[in-house]
Design a protein around this ligand. Structure first.
Ligand code: GDP
Length: 478
């Protein structure tokens, strides 16, 4: 059932100066209300999904030139065929802050209220346009600033995993009803809910939600970027590399209100994947090069990162040093790239040295040559910005994670993770209870928890606090 609430209005496009701005009005009487300020065709009589040119006007200023606020194009969407499922009018005007303010003022004078952040999406949700996971994805699609995060948000918007979970939850509801019926029979030993079927359903659900829980780490990486650290001895060329990377791929830091981050780290995008270069402050500090790279500090840096770039000077690094570093990196369990720098200084191919001393760029060296040869090494020249191979390796590394591939569902939202985890735990307890032949009331308790958690995930069970906290994170006009 569609509920049309009081009309609300807000700027739907980004604030500031632009070619056009769009003001959206939604709610009961939105079309009639706009008609009062619009001169052109009468909007109320127009079919849905049609656009009409005309002027938007102040009240009571006669017919003089200053009565017109702007020439506008008004698009009419009739309930229920609109984003909110209410009557919606979108007014495209010239992108001036003054005009937008005047139009909004006129609309509020006519009885519209200024929309709160996320209020349009909240109405769409309340009218069943989509579930909560999809509603949150609307916010993510807007905030997406890399191809990968856009892909993840869009797949959630299209229904992603929530449709599947809703189906399973419905089946579980049927079982809970049967188990509860058993409770009504008290002392009598009845079993309406077939335990083996119930158990199968529960493990089925767990089979769906566990990969989602596991995808969170990858999903977070998509949304927030891959925390990447460049480590290496002083003079290896770390700051030169950092500059080379950032010069080519420097991220544009968004100034849109609400998207500014507390700490701005160096970021770069490679093939649509965002990398957050952490701990770069020290690299900029030239006095830092004197400081020997302590083992403790290296470990700390590795700890913070999801991906480690170990940069070494290909000319002066001994095989033993490299071996020690590889052991350290292996022990950390973190994915890493071995990057040999200053390839421009390295001698033209010469016969393998046959003993452990400075590296050569021979990729066909073997352990038999008496040299420790980890493979593969990516050779670059940071100074000459010969870093393409490293860039491809970085993006390939981030993409190897299966969950990051297009198509597979990825959880990016901490709220979803929390409900999924709680569901999984409740189901595990219920499965154990079924296996132990525990009485129906115990099983019913955990099933109810699982139902509630799944319902809160998709929004079938909501509390006002939850809606408030979700939708207040949207920007105004959404
Ligand atoms: P960091 O201490 O690891 O940050 O190293 P720097 O980036 O400060 O580089 C140390 C020195 O190596 C500087 O003089 C750089 O110009 C030089 N350097 C860095 N990369 C290269 C390179 O690819 N080739 C050559 N020839 N010199 C480089």
């Amino acid at each position: 059932m569609i509920h049309q609430l009081h009309p609300i209005a807000a700027l739907a496009t980004a604030p500031g100066i632009g070619a056009i701005a769009v003001i959206r009005v939604s709610g009961e009487g939105a079309i009639a209300l706009t008609d009062k300020a619009f001169r052109g065709k009468k909007l109320a009589g127009q079919p849905s999904h049609t656009a009409h040119f005309g002027t938007f006007r102040h009240a009571d200023r006669g017919d003089g030139p200053d009565t017109i606020i702007d020439e506008v194009l008004v698009t009419v969407f009739k309930s229920p065929r609109s984003f909110t499922k209410e009557d919606v009018v979108e007014i495209s005007c010239h992108g001036s802050e003054y005009i937008v303010r005047q139009i909004l003022t006129r609309l509020t004078d006519l009885g519209a209220q200024l929309a709160k952040p996320g209020e349009f999406t909240q109405r769409a949700f309340l009218n069943g346009q989509f579930d909560l996971v999809q509603a949150e994805a609307v916010a993510d699609v807007i905030a997406a600033d890399s191809a990968a995060s856009h892909r993840a948000a869009l797949s959630q918007l299209r229904g992603g995993f929530s449709k599947r979970l809703k189906d399973l939850r419905q089946q579980l509801i049927d079982f809970v009803a049967l188990v509860e019926l058993e409770l009504d029979f008290g002392e009598e030993d009845v079993e309406f809910a077939k335990r083996d079927q119930l158990r199968r359903l529960m493990t089925n659900i767990q089979g769906v939600i566990r990969p989602l829980i596991e995808s969170f780490a990858a999903g977070n990486v998509i949304k927030n970027g891959v925390p990447t650290v460049i480590i290496g001895k002083p003079n290896a060329g770390k700051s030169t590399l950092l500059n080379a990377l950032l010069n080519e791929e420097k991220a544009i830091v968004s100034e849109i209100p609400g998207t500014t981050r507390d700490v701005i780290e160096d970021e770069l995008f490679i093939d649509g994947v965002r990398f957050r270069l952490i701990d770069t402050a020290g690299l900029r500090d030239t006095t830092d090069t004197i400081e020997a790279l302590g083992v403790a500090r290296t470990r700390q840096q590795i700890e913070k990162a999801a991906l480690v770039v170990y940069l070494f000077d290909g000319q002066s690094t001994t095989s033993d040093e490299l071996q020690a570093m590889v052991a350290e990196l292996d022990a950390s369990g973190k994915p890493y790239l071995l990057v040999g720098n200053k390839v421009d200084l390295m001698p033209a191919p010469a016969p393998p040295p046959g003993r452990a001393y400075s590296m050569t760029r021979y990729d066909d060296l073997t352990e038999a040559d008496g040299v420790y040869v980890p493979s593969p090494i990516i050779w670059i020249s940071a100074k000459d910005a010969h870093i393409d191979e490293l860039k491809s390796a970085l993006s390939a590394r981030a993409r190897t994670d299966a969950a990051m591939q297009t198509g597979s569902a990825v959880v990016t939202n901490a709220r979803h993770l929390q409900h999924l985890t709680a569901t999984d735990e409740a189901l595990s307890r219920a499965v154990a209870a079924v296996d132990a032949g525990t009485s129906a009331d115990w099983i019913a308790m955990d099933l109810r928890i699982a139902l509630r958690e799944l319902g809160e995930l998709t929004g079938e069970v909501t509390t006002d606090d939850l809606l408030e906290s979700i939708f207040s994170r949207f920007c105004i006009g959404k």
